[in-house]
Unconditional design. Structure first.
Length: 203
């Protein structure tokens, strides 16, 4: 999993409430189990017309936000069905951080497992960050996970809370498999002892 420590990038404003996982990646794109290739269909119904043409008024289709890596969104982001394809699509597009006042629990947990940093802030702070994000080409934020700060283009700072364990995993790039592999010497030692005492298990 890609590490996350500090990110300076364009932030795209998406001031909508209850953006659910079907809006993030519609159900017709869930046929794959690959984590790549979903970015082109991120927010598909909002980004494209029925004949596949881009909608120029959607934020991620605007020139200033095409390479946005931060999303500033309304409350209850990621609600709806518990599809892991939602963070996959965000990450494949290039989004590494989503900022909101609240997230659906399953989506929130899935973000950490895929190297995306979901940040919860107060409504007052979200309003400030949304204002920063609406500046187009100047909509650059710096997200510093180590210091748990978001710095705006004018030098303003927003502090955020983060679970220490999840923070450690993101900074070190550890998903569930990576965490397990940290104990590889102990696992190998156990297997070797078991192989000697119960060889029939390894035939």
């Amino acid at each position: 999993m890609q590490k996350f420590d500090k990110l300076t990038a364009v932030a795209a404003p998406l001031p909508l409430v209850n953006i659910d996982t079907d809006m993030i990646i519609p159900k017709q794109f869930l046929k794959t189990i690959k984590r790549t290739g979903l970015g082109k269909n991120l927010f598909d119904e909002m980004r494209y017309t029925q004949d596949g043409k881009e909608k120029p008024d959607f934020v991620l289709n605007k020139p200033a936000y095409r390479k946005a890596q931060i999303l500033v969104a309304g409350p209850n982001f990621g609600c709806g069905s518990s599809r892991e394809h939602a963070p996959w699509a965000l990450l494949d597009f290039g989004i590494r951080c989503v900022i909101s006042t609240s997230f659906a629990d399953i989506f929130y947990n899935n973000c950490f497992k895929n190297g995306i940093l979901p940040i919860k802030v107060s409504q007052e702070d979200l309003d400030k960050l949304m204002d920063d994000a609406e500046r187009g080409a100047n909509a650059t934020l710096t997200v510093d996970l180590e210091s748990q700060e978001i710095r705006g283009p004018d030098g303003g700072v927003v502090k955020f809370e983060m679970d220490p364990f999840r923070k450690k995993c993101l900074i070190e790039g550890l998903d569930d498999i990576g965490l397990t592999l940290q104990d590889k010497p102990a696992i190998d030692s156990f297997e070797e002892k078991q192989r000697l005492s119960q060889p029939w298990l390894y035939r």
